[in-house]
Ligand binder design. Structure first.
Ligand code: HEC
Ligand code: HEC
Length: 270
């Protein structure tokens, strides 16, 4: 008994030493090339960050993400400039808020879970598995945009410190007719008279747009986002116009959302 106990401890110590030795060479930051920072070769981590950015820019066509997307949108359709626009659903600083409490799921979720939720809802697709290459790449890219910032986990919502500020709106005052008029005047040129999109902008309703489970499918959230994001390059709507447009756009047809139809293999969501 006694000897085998000692033997176990010895084996455990040896195994730990071995693991530490094996792990050392992978800490690439200590390599002389990256320490000089000049002609440093791209690290494996840098490559995954770049891949994540590429996927965020071309989610509906990139071979790694395309199978999980069910519409004509990309992440950057709403997270403008690949999430680097500081106002329009920015990814800057966002990783500092996670893990965060999610009232919708009634559990603590990670940044990766949050990314995967957007696949099911905003992208009208299916949820890639946690730890899959597409999920790791996007999450790594988003995390890179919080490098050096202090972690401040969010106890209330899965939202970063720079999220879209919610407008104070009286929903009862939404004027859909005016929304339709402003749409034709300021939006149709890029999103089409029929909202189905054209070469200058993605669909804002119809079968190839975000589904009813998406954040933007809620009138107050769409209004707040429009205020800081559209018209593209010149966000200049008044609060009332944003509300009227949001009510008009979300009164149009878009795919329904039934959670069971969007879950992948992992199924951790409610
Ligand atoms: C149809 C619009 C839309 C699309 C497309 C979309 N999202 Fe989102 N996403 C949102 C909105 C709106 C929010 C809430 C952001 C806010 O309030 O600032 C959000 C929130 C997030 C958050 C949390 C942000 C935070 O501040 O904590 C992450 C992460 C995220 N989305 C990732 C993605 C990824 C990755 C994709 C592509 C696979 C994607 N989203 C596609 C609209 C969209
Ligand atoms: C100059 C062209 C242009 C104009 C004008 C414009 N948009 Fe957009 N809009 C875009 C582009 C392009 C995107 C996607 C962002 C990207 O890929 O960089 C977008 C994204 C969107 C999205 C989120 C993605 C989606 O398709 O659901 C909504 C909603 C939207 N616009 C609504 C509007 C509204 C409402 C107006 C009028 C106030 C408007 N846009 C004016 C070009 C435009």
């Amino acid at each position: 008994m006694r000897t085998s106990y000692k033997f176990l401890i010895l084996t455990a110590i040896l195994a730990t030493c071995y693991a530490m030795m094996a792990a050392r060479p992978t800490s690439g930051d200590e390599s002389p090339a990256s320490a000089k920072g000049e002609s440093a070769p791209q690290s494996e981590l840098d490559k995954v960050i770049d891949l994540g950015r590429e996927i965020v820019m071309s989610t509906n066509t990139h071979p790694l993400s395309k199978p999980f997307v069910g519409n004509d949108l990309t992440c950057t359709s709403c997270h403008l400039d690949a999430g680097t626009d500081p106002a329009a659903a920015t990814f800057l600083g966002c990783a500092t808020a996670y893990p965060a409490w999610s009232p919708r799921e009634e559990r603590v979720i990670t940044l990766e879970d949050r990314v995967l939720n957007c696949f099911m809802r905003s992208m009208n697709g299916t949820r890639p598995d946690n730890g899959s290459p597409v999920s790791v790449a996007i999450t790594t890219y988003i995390t890179s945009l919080s490098s050096g910032e202090k972690i401040a986990m969010n106890h209330k919502n899965p939202l970063g410190p720079n999220h879209v500020p919610p407008l104070k709106l009286d929903l009862a005052k939404a004027d859909i007719k005016n929304g339709a008029a402003v749409y034709q005047d300021q939006c149709a040129v890029c999103h089409g008279d029929n909202g189905l999109g054209n070469e200058d902008g993605p669909p804002v309703w119809g079968p190839r747009s975000y589904n009813q489970g998406a954040g933007l499918a809620q009138v107050p959230k769409l209004a707040s986002w429009l205020k800081v994001a559209m018209p593209l390059g010149d966000p200049s709507l008044t609060d009332q116009e944003s509300l009227d447009l949001a009510a008009y756009i979300n009164a149009q047809e878009r795919p329904e959302f039934k959670l069971e139809e969007h879950l992948g293999e992992g199924k951790p969501n409610k």
